[in-house]
Design a protein around this ligand. Structure first.
Ligand SMILES: Nc1ncnc2c1ncn2[C@@H]1O[C@H](COP(=O)(O)OP(=O)(O)OP(=O)(O)O)[C@@H](O)[C@H]1O
Ligand SMILES: [Mg+2]
Length: 139
């Protein structure tokens, strides 16, 4: 088991830092480039949701991202204490966006991961638990 936790201010400037950090974390087990690209995309969507929707880009607020590696299984947890999601079934629908965006973030995370759990309630923040099984290079 190997674990990292990163707490950061809710500004989109930090999105690339976190995406690349979790990508590097996954690379410690020598997984494929394809896995790393998927992981960066997953983290990018989850973290930008926490910043944009959870916190309305209030830079004073903090997002917590945890990465856990158990052999070739990566768990990514993205947590905010923001506005929360009232209707999760509606939020995960393809093209649904409360902000006139493309509404594809959850669809992308689901399609690139092996499991997505969303724990959220209105005004209670949001926690995503994402599982990705990695392929080790040369195996
Ligand atoms: N962390 C969060 N806190 C509160 N609401 C969220 C959070 N993440 C997602 N949502 C809600 O779920 C909806 C769908 O999210 P999704 O990422 O699929 O689309 P989007 O962010 O609106 O658009 P895109 O990701 O394509 O830019 C959002 O519009 C928002 O209403
Ligand atoms: Mg999104």
């Amino acid at each position: 088991m190997n674990k990292i936790e990163i707490k950061f201010n809710a500004t989109l400037e930090n999105e690339a830092v976190i995406r690349n950090t979790i990508g590097l974390f996954a690379a410690t087990i020598n997984c494929t480039i394809e896995d790393i690209i998927d992981i960066k995309t997953i983290v990018s969507e989850a973290v930008s949701n926490a910043i944009i929707h959870g916190y309305e880009q209030d830079k004073e607020k903090e997002v917590l991202v945890t990465g856990i590696l158990n052999d070739n299984e990566l768990i990514i947890i993205v947590k905010d204490d923001g506005v929360g999601i009232d209707n999760i079934a509606e939020a995960i629908r393809v093209n649904y966006s409360s902000k006139n965006r493309s509404g594809l973030g959850f669809t992308i995370i689901k399609s690139l991961s092996d499991d997505l759990q969303i724990k959220s309630k209105k005004d209670m923040g949001t926690k995503l638990i994402i599982k990705k099984i990695l392929t080790i290079k040369g195996q």
